[in-house]
Design a protein around this ligand. Structure first.
Ligand code: DAH
Length: 354
């Protein structure tokens, strides 16, 4: 068969093959078979050189035209197949509901704190506030804590200044000099009990406050300790206040926050600012889930007469109780969290679960 006669059938076969390619891989395969190094069209083009000189121009023109047609067919098929590959497998359902964007939420500690506050508000408590950078008078002395108490040690407390120089105002409130008139040491408050003193110094009884806030201790972080954590302090001062009021109040709030099956028990303990003092244990389905009958959750007691003296309340007239508990502890029990550090890592995979 002459060179020219071979072109048309070869082209037709190649076109049919390219157009029949079902996907991009098959198209590449077909392209190789016809137009690749060892392809049949390529092979025919190679024969061009061997033709007699007179036949070359016409033959060259014809084979080039065929090649151009094949290139165009290849490009057409490729774009059709690419479009097909990009199309979604399932048709879009325009009636399905939209995807909701995650907009963030309150930190679990904030949620628990707000629940506790809401509960205390129902029974007439108001929220009070005080400085986190505190002086040692309000954190310890006024709370009847002796100078040699271990909590006051630099091993346990972050001191900012060591009882010398002047104290600048700013957000530290106004640290009052200690009773002896010395310049106070400044520290990061180790508990919210200091706010009891600040509130009683400012207002006459009766007092009914809760104090949520951050506290600091020189603890190494582990599953149950963190150098900063949150507490809620409570203080109730009036005439004729009893431990019965204390127990009833604590029971009411814990039932609201941790479930109606909560049981409360008081165990004798020691705090320098209360007498008598107790630790509060509670029991519920949640503690049983943790394998415990009772779980210690707070400290409390009847305000020590010396504390009333320190703020100028007459202990013969006024009685009161106070308590303090850690918010992380409550949140950990409530949500079944086993490591306090999770609250402070700010990992959204953790936070978005609450
Ligand atoms: N301040 C104590 C603590 O940090 C908790 C506490 C105990 C607070 C007894 C009180 C109280 O008000 O009366 O461990």
């Amino acid at each position: 068969m002459s060179f020219l006669d071979q072109i048309e059938p070869l082209k037709q076969a190649a076109l049919a093959d390219l157009r029949a390619a079902a996907d991009l891989a098959a198209l590449e395969q077909a392209k190789g078979n016809w137009m690749g190094t060892h392809g049949q069209v390529t092979a025919l083009m190679k024969q061009l050189g061997a033709l007699p000189k007179a036949e070359k121009p016409a033959a060259g023109k014809a084979i080039n035209a065929a090649k151009a047609e094949l290139d165009a067919a290849l490009a057409d098929r490729r774009s059709a197949l690419e479009l097909q590959a990009a199309r979604p497998e399932a048709p879009t359902d325009f009636t399905s509901p939209g995807r909701r964007r995650f907009v963030g939420k309150l930190h679990p500690l904030t949620q628990v704190t707000e629940d506790i506050i809401r509960s205390f508000r129902k029974i007439g408590f108001v929220v009070a506030d005080g400085p986190e950078v505190e002086d040692d008078y309000h954190c310890f002395d006024a709370l009847n804590t002796p100078a040699d108490h271990p909590a006051r040690d630099t091993q346990d407390t972050f001191y900012v200044t060591a009882g010398q120089g002047t104290v600048s105002a700013g957000d530290t409130g106004s640290p009052a000099p200690g009773p002896a008139g010395q310049t106070p040491s400044l520290l990061l408050r180790t508990h919210t009990s200091s706010v009891q003193i600040r509130v009683m110094e400012k207002q006459p009884p009766p007092v009914r406050i809760i104090v949520p806030g951050r506290v600091y201790r020189r603890d190494n972080a582990d599953a149950t300790h963190n150098p900063t954590f949150q507490q809620i302090e409570g203080l109730y001062v009036d005439r004729g206040v009893t431990v019965g009021d204390l127990k009833g109040t604590v029971e009411f709030v814990f039932k609201e926050v941790l479930g109606g099956d909560v049981k409360i028990r008081f165990r004798p303990h020691y705090f320098s600012y209360t007498e008598p003092s107790y630790e509060i244990d509670f029991a519920s389905a949640l503690t049983r889930k943790m394998g415990k009958d009772w779980l210690e959750i707070a400290g409390c007691g009847m305000v020590h007469p010396q504390v009333f003296e320190n703020v100028g309340y007459d202990p013969e007239v006024w009685t009161g109780w106070a308590f303090g508990f850690g918010i992380e502890r409550i949140a950990m029990i409530r949500y079944g969290i086993n490591d306090i550090r999770l609250f402070y890592e700010n990992d959204v995979r953790f936070l978005r679960q609450f």
